[in-house]
Design a protein. Structure first.
Length: 279
């Protein structure tokens, strides 16, 4: 039997269903307790990330600097232990409990970057070492990237993207395919365009600021001097002079705003999150 339903009633039913999904999928980020939307399976995302990580290892040139790679692994191990111990002592579920940590150093001096995939798969590019300068600086960068994984930012982004795509598909249905027509005419995906021009950017900047804050905490818990963090951003400013877009067009906070916030947080973090004793 075909059920006849007008568009308004159908939309109300869909809306109710989506609201239920969103409300039932809201969690909070560790430590900051910022509310998050998660409708994507973390286990599946971690498994996919692990597959991509292997492809990166095959495609990219790995550095032969074993000494520096071992330093990265040592910093990472300290953070692994300190993060786990912090959540254990706080009697909070450890968000890294199912992580399969791994570290690589990619030989590319032109790339000043590092990242941590869901599940603890970490990469540092040799170009980033020109910015970090020392182990305190390297810990600051790694702490920030690890914070993205600990706070499940990739799960959050994937969930938001799924919801946005679902929403645009429904709009396309209710506008008689006009959205698809626009995409075909312009040759652009509307969701991607909205992301580029700022619809998603404030959300991403919140994640970046959260990772800055959590990164300070993880570095401090691991025994590193977090006062080095602002120096990194000062050096990054010099490297990127004239190349960075205005903050409102970027997914990242501006370097000046980052430095300001990090300076505001540093003393508080040093006092409240001193190096943790592993039990």
């Amino acid at each position: 039997m075909i059920l006849k339903m007008n568009r308004r009633k159908f939309l109300s039913y869909v809306g109710c269903g989506c609201c239920g999904l969103v409300l039932n999928s809201c969690t909070t980020a560790p430590i900051t307790e910022r509310r998050q939307l998660k409708i994507i399976s973390e286990a599946k995302l971690n498994a996919k990330a692990a597959q991509i990580y292997e492809k990166v290892k095959e495609k990219e040139k790995m550095s032969k600097d074993i000494k520096k790679l071992n330093e990265i692994r040592e910093i990472g191990k300290k953070m692994e232990n300190s993060i786990g111990e912090y959540f254990y002592q706080a009697k909070i579920d450890d968000p890294t409990a199912n992580f399969d940590w791994e570290y690589i150093l990619i030989d590319n001096k032109k790339v000043r970057n590092a990242w941590c995939m869901p599940g603890g798969k970490i990469a540092v590019y040799t170009g980033m070492l020109d910015v970090t300068k020392n182990n305190n600086g390297l810990a600051a960068v790694m702490g920030h990237e690890i914070a993205h994984a600990v706070a499940k930012h990739s799960v959050e982004r994937a969930s938001r993207s799924t919801l946005l795509n679902t929403g645009t598909q429904l709009i396309d249905i209710f506008t008689g395919g006009k959205l698809s027509q626009v995409n075909r005419t312009t040759g652009m995906n509307t969701v991607g365009l909205l992301s580029q021009i700022g619809l998603m950017n404030p959300f991403n900047r919140k994640q970046e600021s959260e990772a800055d804050y959590l990164g300070l905490i993880f570095s401090s818990l691991s025994g590193y001097d977090i006062r080095e963090t602002t120096k990194i951003w000062e050096r990054m400013k010099e490297f990127n002079k004239g190349k960075t877009p205005p903050e409102f067009m970027s997914t990242h906070p501006s370097a000046d705003n980052r430095i300001k916030k990090i300076n505001e947080w540093t003393n508080k973090v040093i006092l409240e999150y001193p190096p943790i004793k592993i039990s």
